[in-house]
Unconditional design. Structure first.
Length: 193
């Protein structure tokens, strides 16, 4: 099997795995979306480490489109085209696309466990930042919060309430899995055709 075929097949499987994991959420009190998943971002983090940033971002964007299709009803809440574009970008395309940068700290931080942990935390904080912007600028305009909180405070409180546990769970899982799957993370088993 050629390198490109192997990469495509593995990526399709990992994207599918992440998609299936995203369907099993602890939805809790998040009536406007969001929830804690069982490591649905982990396959994207692994793909980024295995095949590099470019392929990681590409895979993450494919995943983002799938998530957008599955959650398309969210886009339908938009009251105008700008809100629809904002939801598409900040709740899907950019929010999930940043996950592909998870391997960016590999050359900067020599300890691989630390680089995986830092990379995972940073990209998931990037996802949180996207949801924060969307909640503050778009969702608050459509559905003002009942508590009367300032929009930025409400947005960070709401989105961090599910993203912080997601960050912790995914980071711990990535670091734990690195020991048995280190060769896979590093792509040592790959042989270019």
């Amino acid at each position: 099997m050629s390198f490109n075929t192997k990469r495509l097949v593995e990526s399709a499987i990992m994207i599918a795995l992440g998609t299936v994991l995203s369907l099993f959420t602890f939805s809790g009190p998040w009536v406007y979306g969001g929830g804690i998943t069982i490591c649905s971002m982990l396959p994207l983090v692994i793909l980024s480490h295995r095949y590099g940033t470019k392929w990681g971002v590409f895979s993450s964007l494919v995943y983002a489109v799938i998530q957008m299709i599955l959650g398309f009803s969210n886009v339908q809440y938009a009251q105008n085209v700008w809100q629809a574009i904002g939801i598409i970008l900040f709740d899907y395309i950019i929010a999930f696309g940043v996950i592909g940068f998870a391997d960016c700290f590999n050359g900067v931080i020599k300890n691989r466990y630390a680089s995986i942990a830092v990379g995972t935390v940073v990209v998931l904080l990037g996802r949180l930042a996207c949801h924060f912007i969307s909640g503050w600028i778009i969702w608050e305009a459509m559905f003002p919060n009942e508590l009367g909180w300032a929009a930025p405070i409400w947005s960070i409180a709401y989105n961090a309430s599910y993203m912080v546990p997601e960050i912790i769970i995914t980071t711990i899982a990535a670091v734990i899995l690195y020991k048995p799957l280190g060769r896979y993370f590093r792509g040592e088993d790959l042989k270019k055709a």
